[in-house]
Design a protein around this ligand. Sequence first.
Ligand code: FAD
Ligand code: MLT
Ligand code: ZN
Length: 474
Amino acid sequence: MSELIVSLAAIVGEAHVLTDADTQAPYLTDWLGKYRGAAAAIVRPGSTEEVAAVMALCAERKVPVVPQGGNTSMSGGATPDASGQAIVLSLTRMNRIRAIDSIGNTMTVEAGVVLAKVQEAAQAAERFFPLSLGAEGSCTIGGNLAANAGGVAVLRYGTMRELTLGLEVVLPDGRIWDGLTALRKDNTGYALRDLFIGSEGTLGIITGAVLKLFPRPTARATAFVAIDDASAALALLSSVRARCGDRLTAFEFMTGDCLALILHHIADARLPLGAMPPAAVLIELSDADDEPALTRRLEGALTEALEAGGALDAAIAQDGTQAKAFWRIREGVSETLVRAGKAAKHDVSVPVAAMADFVAAANAAVSAVLPGIRPIVFGHLGDGNLHYNLLPPAYLDEDEFAAQAPGLTRIVHDETRKRRGSISAEHGIGQLRVSEMPRCKAPIELELMASLKRLFDPDGRLNPGKLLPHPTET
Ligand code: FAD
Ligand code: MLT
Ligand code: ZN
């Protein structure tokens, strides 16, 4: 056993330093199966003090550290490189809910608490924590924060940054920043909290957070609506919002090709419409109203759209079971894409009004390069965020397509940039998009980000190879 392993075991206990190949394996591959890394050890601290001691030891020995939560990153953000020099610091043992304040409407949690547990704890306290995404059964609050996760309720509640009041962070040298305040107003300088949120584990280890809680919605109304295309979806978004205001909680878009693929791969997914539409949206309203009133409101908005020709068909869920079945279709999409083969994944945002134009232009541009390519497009249309995935044409195998993927990605990102969009709306840069940063970020932004990185992590040991390109590439 190396001296490093012995010292790590002295901090967290021998049982929590994993060094054999079998126990390490799940920590070394990403959810999509795109990246495989190696590690000197997987280290599983049980407290903030243990994290601090591990970080101080790694600083002294110049050991790189890759923080990891639920390992559901869609950008290879939590997978170490292949050198085997880094440790993976898994926060999943830090899974305690420290406090709930039902007057201040806050919950204080450790970073390794699984998102679904936070939702359940909020519900048990007759409150609501709104972050919701397909991986909620395994992703952790620390990972949600480091990735500034979005999900399906951003339209109403915002991203993780907007859902957080305070943070506790261990710095790369082992010092602890206790920023666990529950203040809604604090104008005492630079917003360090907001800098750590979305930093993808490159500036510090998030060990705790104070989250905002909301009144629990007592009524929901859910509809699955057939439409022609993204342009029709935008018109429908506008009319539903005009009628329903901020009761509009989710507005999720799927093209017909995306729907067909889901129905093919997910055995229990059922289309709630008479025929396969060219595209569809899943709409959810929520409120403290009574449910029949909310359903009538949604019916009113959809009747208007059907009469005006903006919607082709619509199904409104009659109960919670039906609503769940509608969501099963939408939530099956990530699994579908894994089963369908390796997609070239993009997670772009553009101004909401430019989305239909973006889809048409990107489809035309990638098809011109690779005729028969299959765009599988879905996402959080209400937020201007589309998951623009590309599957190979029938005549290319997976490896041939993988060789073309970087060129296709540049085309998709160029269409995004033409509209002043972003190359990552919610999945982060990780290692998947890091080579695109010099092309897509202004030099001044890259320079400022690199300066911040040097300030927090002068040795560049924290999550190396993620988010920021190597200094020689900028
Ligand atoms: P990990 O994957 O373990 O890590 C993510 C990043 O955070 C890495 O860079 C890692 O180094 C860093 N990190 C983790 N923990 C810490 C910590 N304590 N301190 C510092 N850095 C840390 N994302 C969305 O935004 N919206 C979606 O709708 C969405 N849907 C998804 C659906 C599925 C089926 C899957 C598999 C993923 C989805 N994701 C989505 C992506 C992913 O789940 C989220 O980004 C999630 O927030 C990651 O949490 P995690 O705990 O798994 O983090
Ligand atoms: C989603 O919205 O379902 C996701 O962010 C996950 C994905 O892109 O596969
Ligand atoms: Zn998403």
